[in-house]
Design a protein around this ligand. Structure first.
Ligand SMILES: Cc1ncc(COP(=O)(O)O)c(C=O)c1O
Length: 307
C-alpha cells in the first residue's frame, strides 16, 4: 500500500525539492573535508524557537570560516519558514520538528587551494522531533561520564563555530559509552576543565548558584543562554566559570542543555551520585519555567512519545 504521508520537501541550493531528488556531489567539501557549518533549531507548537538567534550564530560561524552562503540572513530566514510550512502537513498536532541548516564551502576543485571557489552548498531540512531517547532522563536523570578524547583547543578551532567536523565528538561519545552504554559524554579541554557534551552544554548547581563553563571551551548554546535567562528571571543566581570535574562530583545538581530536550538532568557523574541521586529542585523549576516560556509541557510531550 502506498504511504499517504507526503514526501518530505527539503531545500538544496536554490530550490525546494522532494527529499529523494536532493543530491549533492561526492566532491562537496562537506563530504571531502567535513567542512561545513550547521544549525539545529526546534519548534514548539510548530513554531521555530529562537530562530533569529540560531541564524545569527550560523552567520557568525560562516563569517569566521570564510564561507559565503550567497544569501542574506533575511533571505535564509524566509526560505527556512518556507521549508517548515511545506512540511507542516507531515507533522502530527502533538509533534514538533528540528529544522537543520547545513552549509558547506561547496564543490572542491583539485589543486593547492582550500578557499571557496564555487557557490556554497546550502541544505535545509526538517526532521521529526523524536524525543524517546531522552524521555526517561527527565525523571530518572542520565549518567554523565567523562570521555578520554579532549576538546579541540580554541586556538585550533573556536568552539563557538558550530560546525560538522564532528569526529572528536563522536569518539568522545563512543568512549563514554564504553563505561556505560547509556552514558552521556562530558568532554574535558586539554587543561582538564569541563567543556561540553557532543551536542549539549553542562550546568552544575553549587551552593544554590547555577554555574556553567564559559564559552572559551564550549559552544555558546542557545539552550544554555535560555537556561541562564530563565534562572535569572526566577531568582536563581547564575555564574559562568572554568569548572573542574571536582565541581561536578560535589555539585547538588547537574544537567545538560540542548535544542531537542532543552534540559536533561544527570543524577550520576562517573559512577558517583549527583547530590542525593535524584533530579533536583532547581532543575525541575527550570524545566517548568521553560515549559511556561514555550506554552507547552516539554516533559509531557517527550513522555507521550513513549506510550
Ligand atoms: C557541541 C555542542 N555543544 C552544545 C550544543 C547545544 O547548543 P544549542 O543549545 O544551541 O542546541 C550543541 C548543539 O547541537 C553542540 O553541537
Amino acid at each position: 500500500m502506498e504511504s499517504t504521508v507526503p514526501q518530505r520537501q527539503v531545500y538544496l541550493s536554490g530550490k525546494i525539492v522532494p527529499e529523494s531528488e536532493a543530491k549533492i556531489s561526492i566532491f562537496d567539501s562537506a563530504v571531502m573535508l567535513g567542512d561545513s557549518l550547521t544549525e539545529s533549531t526546534r519548534t514548539f507548537l510548530h513554531l521555530p524557537f529562537r530562530l533569529d538567534e540560531h541564524l545569527t550564530r550560523l552567520y557568525r560561524s560562516l563569517k569566521v570560516s570564510r564561507v559565503d552562503p550567497g544569501l542574506s540572513l533575511g533571505e535564509l530566514k524566509r526560505i527556512t519558514q518556507d521549508v517548515l510550512d511545506v512540511n507542516l502537513s507531515r507533522m502530527g498536532s502533538d509533534d514538533d520538528c528540528w529544522i537543520v541548516h547545513n552549509i558547506s564551502r561547496g564543490l572542491m576543485k583539485p589543486g593547492p587551494s582550500s578557499s571557496q571557489t564555487n557557490a556554497a552548498t546550502v541544505m535545509i531540512f526538517t526532521n521529526h522531533m523524536d524525543l524517546r531517547g531522552w524521555a526517561r532522563y527527565y525523571t530518572e536523570g542520565c549518567h554523565a561520564v567523562t570521555s578520554m578524547s579532549r576538546a579541540v583547543p580554541a586556538q585550533s578551532l573556536d568552539a563557538r563555530i558550530k560546525n560538522r567536523s564532528r569526529l572528536f565528538y563522536t569518539l568522545a561519545d563512543t568512549e563514554a559509552r564504553l563505561m556505560d552504554p547509556d552514558a552521556q559524554c562530558v568532554i574535558l579541554d586539554v587543561d582538564g576543565y569541563v567543556s561540553e557534551n557532543k551536542g549539549g552544554n553542562l550546568f552544575a548547581v553549587i551552593d544554590g548558584e547555577l554555574v556553567t563553563p564559559t564559552t572559551e571551551n564550549c559552544l555558546a548554546g542557545i539552550s544554555r543562554r535560555t537556561a541562564l535567562e530563565l534562572a535569572d528571571k526566577i531568582g536563581i543566581p547564575i555564574r559562568e566559570a572554568r569548572l573542574q570535574v571536582y565541581d561536578f562530583y560535589t555539585a547538588d545538581e547537574v544537567f545538560f542543555t540542548s535544542t531537542p530536550y532543552c534540559i536533561m538532568p544527570a543524577t550520576k557523574f562517573n559512577g558517583l551520585p549527583v547530590g542525593d541521586g535524584k533530579v533536583g529542585p532547581v532543575t525541575n523549576r527550570l524545566l517548568a519555567a521553560w515549559s511556561a516560556l514555550v506554552g507547552m509541557d516539554i516533559v509531557a510531550q517527550a513522555q507521550r512519545q513513549m506510550t
